[in-house]
Design a protein around this ligand. Structure first.
Ligand SMILES: Cc1ncc(COP(=O)(O)O)c(C=O)c1O
Length: 488
């Protein structure tokens, strides 16, 4: 090293051997952490001492890696969302798998920018993974897509292309212009996830461009009312642009009739976008895959790998049929990201032409390793197991006189409440809210909640490869016991 370089610094460890020892210890700790996850409470409130750590001011001087890791071990690791726990069923939380811990170390060490235009392994891993996902979803291989942060981003990308497709003017140049052009209309049921509204707003269409259609008793979109809405909008001079099919609604897991929606979309010549955040994964399921027949007909599919594919956060995916104006929606190639015939910048695809982001993490490696390690067949069985568990919990609820099922179980989500007399109807919401909070505080299990037709529902979303039937038996007895305790 010449003398001048000695005065320059880097952020590498001062002592690589010490760093290596610490890294080995961390791996041991984390493997233990995963192995013993079921022995700990699902939720533990952060103690004041830990909260104080998060109030410390910016550290101008650094500390030893081992000291910082001790803080992490004592104040951060014990207080997770804990979607990795066998009895976590909140929101649509995915569990992840231990093998991806290895992927994460590789991802972090490589710290690849994953641009696609770089002729590197990360590009080819992502392209291969996308091809496997298309196979699993029975989606055409000539469709295009990429990995994104999650379902919200995947939906935004899909709807952006639908907007380009439907606009009869250059919406990228002119912006959304409803003064001189007709309003583009998007349709989804009232059960459509809130991220769709956000996407429509962010695309500049305004939430008035999203028409929410009433549902049937099974929480699927009412097709007659959808057709009526499209007809009425045409009469008003609007342009029906896109139908959003819910492939597993967030509240109940209901799957809209995909083949019928595809027929309407074809007849009306409008885009069919599938929000399959978790439900698209049903396509992988060993025997229940028929529940999502017709998904492959959609013009675009948004889905998450971090939910029901058990991939570590964060990872979503969007796929768009081959003949659509995908690049036309996103492509901007200034000189600094042009590709060449040879060298580092000779990669096969510039992912920035297919989405919002330019730099991205090498998240593809997690799912790639998970699929290679587990194999697609094990995945099929695992997803089917969750569907079976939802049916099992449904039966437990139906068989219990003090519990009421609040929605049909379509997939992997079960909604129910405690109803034992003498409780009056108008007190049921408060009672079940209290039950849920006490359940969380007990650390035994973590369902979440929703409101269904005004009724507070304990909502169990099962995207968890660690849950066992006995966990659902425990949940039912805990809810009943807590219910009785609250009533006392
Ligand atoms: C049906 C549906 N769509 C979209 C989303 C948003 O996905 P993400 O949280 O990955 O952004 C969710 C999240 O639960 C969902 O259930």
């Amino acid at each position: 090293m010449n003398d001048q370089n000695k005065h320059e610094q880097s952020l590498d460890p001062e002592n690589w051997d010490e760093f290596q020892d610490l890294a080995h210890k961390v791996v041991d700790d984390l493997v233990d952490y995963l192995k013993t996850v079921g022995d700990r409470p699902v939720w533990t409130a952060l103690p004041e001492e830990s909260k104080r750590l998060f109030e410390e001011v910016l550290p101008h001087k650094g500390s030893k890696e081992s000291e910082v890791y001790e803080s992490v071990k004592n104040h951060i690791l014990p207080y997770p969302t804990n979607n990795i726990h066998p009895r976590f069923w909140s929101w649509v939380g995915g569990t992840g798998t231990p093998s991806q811990l290895i992927a994460d170390m590789v991802i972090s060490a490589m710290n690849s920018g994953s641009l696609g235009m770089d002729e590197t392994a990360s590009t080819h891993v992502e392209l291969q993974l996308l091809s496997w996902l298309k196979t699993l979803l029975s989606y055409p291989q000539d469709s295009n897509g990429l990995l994104v942060s999650g379902g919200s981003m995947a939906n935004l990308v899909g709807l952006a292309v639908a907007r380009t497709h439907a606009s009869n003017y250059d919406v990228r140049d002119e912006g959304v212009n409803i003064k001189d052009n007709s309003r583009l209309m998007f349709y989804g049921s009232v059960e459509t996830h809130s991220c769709i509204r956000k996407a429509i707003e962010l695309l500049g269409l305004g939430s008035k461009s999203l028409k929410l259609i009433p549902i049937n008793d099974d929480y699927t979109v009412n097709l007659d009312l959808l057709q009526k809405a499209i007809d009425e909008d045409r009469k008003k001079g609007y342009i029906p642009a896109c139908i959003i099919a819910n492939v597993g609604t967030v509240n109940t897991g209901a799957i809209d009739p995909l083949i019928e929606l595809s027929n309407i979309a074809k007849n009306e010549d409008i885009w069919l976008h599938a929000d399959g955040a978790f439900g698209a994964i049903t396509k992988f399921a060993k025997t229940s895959h028929h529940l999502v027949d017709g998904l492959e007909l959609a013009d675009s599919i948004a889905f998450d790998l971090h939910k029901w594919m058990y991939i570590q956060y964060d990872c979503g995916c969007v796929l768009i049929r081959g003949n659509h104006p995908y690049k036309e929606t996103f492509s901007v190639i200034p000189p600094y990201i042009k590709t060449f015939e040879r060298g580092l910048a000779s990669g096969p695809i510039n992912f920035s032409e297919y989405g919002v982001q330019l730099s991205r993490s090498f998240k593809a490696l997690r799912a790639w390793m998970a699929l290679k390690i587990e194999g697609a067949d094990k995945y099929s069985a695992q997803i089917e197991q969750n569907i079976d568990q939802a049916k099992y919990l449904t039966r437990l609820v139906e068989d219990h006189q003090d519990l009421e099922l609040l929605a049909p179980t379509s997939l992997n989500i079960v909604n129910f409440r405690y109803i034992a007399p003498p409780i009056k109807d108008d007190q049921l919401n408060d009672l079940n809210r209290e039950i849920l909070m006490r359940l969380h505080e007990s650390g035994n299990s973590a369902p979440s909640s929703t409101l269904l037709n005004g009724s507070f529902s304990i909502r169990v979303a099962i995207c968890n490869h660690r849950s066992r039937r006995s966990d659902f038996e425990d949940l039912v007895s805990d809810v009943v016991n807590i219910g009785q305790e609250v009533l006392k």
